[in-house]
Design a protein around this ligand. Structure first.
Ligand code: ARG
Length: 466
């Protein structure tokens, strides 16, 4: 077989092969159907590599110039939708290189000096995931702003706080909103940490062992926005922990979104009526005219399934793989692409919903005052004012709750005589602590639900987000 017969096998490695692959082999082997999403990263990586090769005297300046220009042409073809992607060329790396050869001819063959698809895919994918970390950070910041705005507006709106989804104690709307701000703040820091850790450049690891050419890995790392080159060539082509960190951080964020989504579903129901979701985030029913369904919230509640599924899938692909690269690792991308798309959509939808949602303050307050929500305030009063041990105060309060329940009323509706029958020392000023406004105002401990505390935390968040 002469070099010109290569088309019967493969243009990139035809020398060793007498026949081409089976059609089904081509189908299972090709990644071009999805890895074309990394075209911009692939071309940026190749341009940096070619420029470095020339600077190091490994290829001529004129070849590097032709390669750099040709790659820009390829990029514009891809961006313009005119690029002829070929499945027989397997992946984005070989599609780009083959097209480059059609455009500039012989110098294209010099681009792959001191490089392998193993370090090429590693650098492309890292850059792609790094961009998604940035997008996640921007998306989370926007959602944080929406929660903080809600918190600022409703710093002193009283609502029931729940444990076990049973009324527990009155809290403030602002406090509840800021609970999500705290979660999202940690999500933000997870993406920032992951981004900082992944920002090392694997390019130049070549197939696995490094290269005998005098390359400058610091130069390519810098050109591609990395902090430094990776320090071990085997690790560089073998690991995908950066993608796992991105997925893990995404799964945690999606879990947080899912929890608020669930609250929105409950809160917007006719039984709760805590919030009104705007028409922009709800749908009607084709048969029941009264319905306004919280579809976006329900979908947000569900999307964690996809993202966590992607996380589990990639862990499963990577576990037990011997060093270094194995083709298994081509299965790293689709899951991450889908998880990233899903996360960005979820963040945008939640930001819109939180921005638009309107609290029903009257209903929140009514609900906050029911269900003996100030029983703990009563027990605390007995400790503070009458010097009872907390356990005894708990017992007295429990007796009073049972009495109210038997009378079909709430704690503040009991008479002083009712109370004194249970404990003679109780005075009329006990009623001050049984109101929900006083209850929340009294929770002044750092991080507590008192409006003053909420306002202080809102100020802190606004500072952070400035
Ligand atoms: N398409 C491949 C992937 O996604 C690129 C690396 C191929 N390397 C190899 N030695 N076959 O992993």
């Amino acid at each position: 077989m002469t070099a010109s017969d290569q088309s019967s096998a493969n243009a990139m490695w035809g020398g060793r092969f007498a026949a081409g692959p089976d059609a089904i082999m081509t189908a299972i082997n090709a990644s071009i159907g999805f890895d074309q999403r990394m075209a911009a990263q692939d071309i940026a990586g190749s341009r940096a590599h070619a420029a470095m090769l020339a600077a190091q005297g490994i290829i001529t300046d004129s070849d590097a110039e032709a390669i750099g220009q040709g790659l820009l042409t390829v990029l514009s073809e891809i961006e313009g939708g005119a690029f002829p992607f070929r499945e027989d060329l397997e992946d984005i790396h070989m599609n780009v290189e083959a097209r480059l050869k059609e455009i500039i001819g012989e110098p294209a063959g010099r681009l792959h000096t001191a490089r392998s698809r193993n370090d090429q895919v590693a650098v492309d994918f890292r850059m792609w995931v790094r961009d998604q970390c940035d997008a996640a950070i921007t998306g989370i910041e926007a959602l944080l702003r929406a929660f903080v705005a809600q918190a600022e507006e409703g710093a002193d709106w009283v609502m029931p706080g729940f444990t076990h989804l049973q009324t527990a104690q009155p809290v403030t709307w602002g406090h509840h909103m800021l609970a999500y701000a705290e979660m999202l703040g940690r999500d933000l820091s997870r993406f920032r940490d992951a981004r900082a850790r992944m920002n090392e450049c694997p390019l130049g690891a070549a197939a696995l062992a490094g290269t005998s050419f005098p390359i400058d890995r610091h130069a390519t790392a810098k050109a591609l926005g990395f902090d430094r080159p990776t320090a071990n060539s085997l690790d560089s082509v073998a690991d995908r922990d950066f993608a796992l960190e991105f997925l893990s951080a995404s799964a945690i964020t999606a879990m947080h979104l899912s929890r608020f989504a669930e609250e929105l579903v409950i809160w917007s129901s006719a039984q709760f009526r805590f919030v009104r979701l705007s028409d922009r985030w709800t749908t009607g029913s084709s048969i029941m005219p009264q319905k306004k369904n919280p579809d976006a919230a329900e979908l947000l509640r569900a999307k964690i399934g996809r993202i966590l599924g992607a996380t589990v899938a990639l862990f499963t692909v990577m576990k037990g793989l011997p060093l270094t690269y194995s083709k298994d690792m081509q299965e790293d991308k689709e899951q991450v692409f889908d998880a990233a798309d899903t996360l960005m959509l979820c963040l945008a939808a939640m930001t819109g919903m939180v921005g638009d949602m309107q609290a029903n303050t009257a209903e929140l307050k009514r609900a906050a005052a029911s269900g003996f929500s100030t029983a703990t305030d009563l027990a605390d009063w007995l400790v503070r004012e009458l010097g009872l041990p907390f356990r005894d105060a708990h017992h007295v309060t429990g007796t009073l709750v049972a009495r109210a329940e038997a009378k079909g009323c709430d704690l503040p509706d009991l008479t002083l005589a009712d109370m004194q029958e249970v404990h003679a020392g109780i005075r009329a000023d006990v009623f001050d602590v049984l109101g929900v406004d006083n209850s929340v105002r009294s929770r002044q401990s750092y991080g507590g639900t008192a409006p003053d505390q909420v306002r202080a935390q809102v100020a802190r968040w606004k500072d952070i987000l400035r």
